[in-house]
Ligand binder design. Structure first.
Ligand SMILES: Cc1cc2nc3c(=O)[nH]c(=O)nc-3n(C[C@H](O)[C@H](O)[C@H](O)COP(=O)(O)OP(=O)(O)OC[C@H]3O[C@@H](n4cnc5c(N)ncnc54)[C@H](O)[C@@H]3O)c2cc1C
Length: 113
């Protein structure tokens, strides 16, 4: 039986976090984006100004680009926890990693450090 892909939590769902998630996904890992706000996009979500310097994205705003990035992540089915802030990562007695986030706890499986 094939083993589960390693889970990689990514804290922050801005352009950098989403890019990281895309690459990890492409490499066969299982990224989970943890974003404290209610949507992916980070600071780029705030910009209504047209962009004239990104190759192939002429005239689009950073907000539009951010929406496309987020749609890409959704389209790949990458797990995303919105409105969640991680507080503490620690190892349980059974060697499993546990992430305490926004008052909830999430298991981080059996990965060895
Ligand atoms: C007004 C404005 C206009 C801009 N215009 C442009 C533009 O036209 N073109 C362009 O290319 N760039 C523009 N930028 C810059 C662009 O937005 C940033 O370069 C880009 O957003 C940086 O991405 P990032 O993922 O590194 O960080 P961020 O965008 O800052 O993303 C970080 C994410 O992490 C989350 N986060 C932080 N701490 C935690 C935590 N503890 N737990 C969970 N989540 C957390 C934040 O909520 C955020 O979503 C603009 C920025 C601003 C503010």
């Amino acid at each position: 039986m094939a083993s589960e892909p390693p889970v990689v939590p990514i804290i922050g769902g801005g352009p950098a976090g989403m890019s990281c998630a895309l690459w990890l996904h492409n490499y066969g890992l299982y990224p989970i984006i943890i974003e404290k706000e209610s949507a992916l996009g980070g600071m780029a979500r705030m910009s209504p100004y047209p962009n004239e310097w990104l190759l192939g994205q002429r005239g689009k705003t950073a907000r539009e680009n951010a929406a496309e990035f987020a749609a890409h992540i959704r389209g790949l089915g990458i797990e995303t926890w919105l409105g969640t802030t991680p507080h503490r990562l620690h190892r349980e007695n059974d060697e499993r990693w546990r992430l305490d986030a926004s008052g909830e706890a999430a298991d981080y499986w059996d990965q060895q450090s």
